[in-house]
Design a protein around this ligand. Structure first.
Ligand SMILES: [Zn+2]
Length: 242
């Protein structure tokens, strides 16, 4: 089964033989990989991977909310610079995580800057949001006219509907395979607004993605190959890669 992994931290794997690793993923069905950075330290590594494997890797540059307090003085300038150099790069991952960090101010400031820059460059934005539905209420308006993806989505139907209402896509990771209310959630989210990801190496691996696609197909009662085709098309729509 073919798929696009919309979130895999290749730089976080301890890979000895990168060409072999990428070839293995490709052989197992991964047509493309989006490789998000989590901190400024990651940016060069991710840029190098994307340079070497430009046919398959989309890089994303940003600062994860866990590292919001590590930003360098002029990080926004560095981000703009690296986006300019990498014309197919996305912005992210960025967002809000109330589970890990109760401090709203710093996270909100860094997240707002990411939204602004994604808009400025007209690039897709990868959002990480954990236990922060309340906080997000301050951001929906800012997200208008931004192509964004809510990564590794787990949450209630109202949250999912809100993401879609404001034009966002929802990306399911292996965590949905363990989610008790997955049936409810997967049957409610429109198929043309869904993406899939491994969130490797943290939540699973590329081999888990066919299982996610099978679950979506089963829940929606649609042929699994049709679902996998639709998801590839969704990615093309989302990334404007047509
Ligand atoms: Zn991530």
């Amino acid at each position: 089964m073919q798929f696009i992994d919309s979130h895999i931290h290749l730089q976080a794997y301890n890979i000895k033989d990168t060409p072999h690793f990428i070839a293995h993923l490709h052989k197992n069905g991964a047509l493309k990989l989006v490789c998000p950075s989590v901190s400024e330290q990651d940016w060069t590594k991710v840029a190098n991977l994307a340079d070497k494997y430009s046919q398959i890797i989309y890089p994303a540059f940003g600062i994860h909310p866990w590292y919001a307090d590590t930003c360098s003085f002029a990080w926004q300038d560095s981000l703009r610079e690296i986006l300019q150099k990498n014309v197919n790069a996305w912005v992210g991952e960025s967002g809000l995580d109330r589970f890990k960090n109760q401090q709203y101010d710093i996270q909100s400031e860094v997240f707002s800057e990411h939204i602004k820059i994604a808009k400025e460059f007209s690039r897709p934005l990868i959002i990480h949001a954990v236990k922060s539905q309340q906080w997000l209420e301050n951001f929906w308006d800012k997200l208008k006219n931004v192509r964004f993806i809510m990564h590794s989505f787990i949450g209630d139907l109202n949250f999912a509907r809100r993401v879609n209402k404001f034009g966002g896509y929802i990306s399911f990771s292996p965590s949905v395979l363990r989610y008790k209310k997955a049936d409810n959630l997967l049957s409610d989210v429109p198929l043309d607004k869904i993406l899939v990801e491994s969130d490797g190496p943290y939540q699973g691996n590329a081999q888990d993605i066919p299982k996610i696609i099978e679950l979506i197909a089963k829940t929606k009662n649609i042929d699994v190959l049709k679902v996998s085709e639709q998801l590839i098309q969704n990615f093309a729509e989302f990334s404007n890669d047509r």
